[in-house]
Ligand binder design. Structure first.
Ligand code: FES
Length: 73
């Protein structure tokens, strides 16, 4: 789905950029151009950014110092 009509940027492109490390609005503006023209897409871009970051944090593996309840010998 197109999020930024002015620059032709989709939600998929925003998600991919976030996964690649663009984790702030200014990063997305710099690499994709979102919210750089009329600015109407800024709110939806931020929603996609926040949702993708939340999904990433939930998908992160447990750290090595986190005890495993089901650890096998
Ligand atoms: S819709 Fe994104 S800058 Fe206009």
């Amino acid at each position: 789905m197109y999020i930024c009509i002015c620059k032709g940027v989709t939600d998929s492109a925003i998600r991919e950029a976030v996964i690649q490390g663009a984790d702030r609005m200014r990063d997305l503006k710099a690499c994709l151009g979102v919210a750089g023209q009329c600015g109407l897409c800024a709110c939806h871009t931020k929603e996609v950014l926040d949702q993708t970051r939340m999904e990433q944090s939930q998908a992160e593996p447990l750290s090595s110092n986190t005890p495993h309840l089901y650890q096998t010998a």
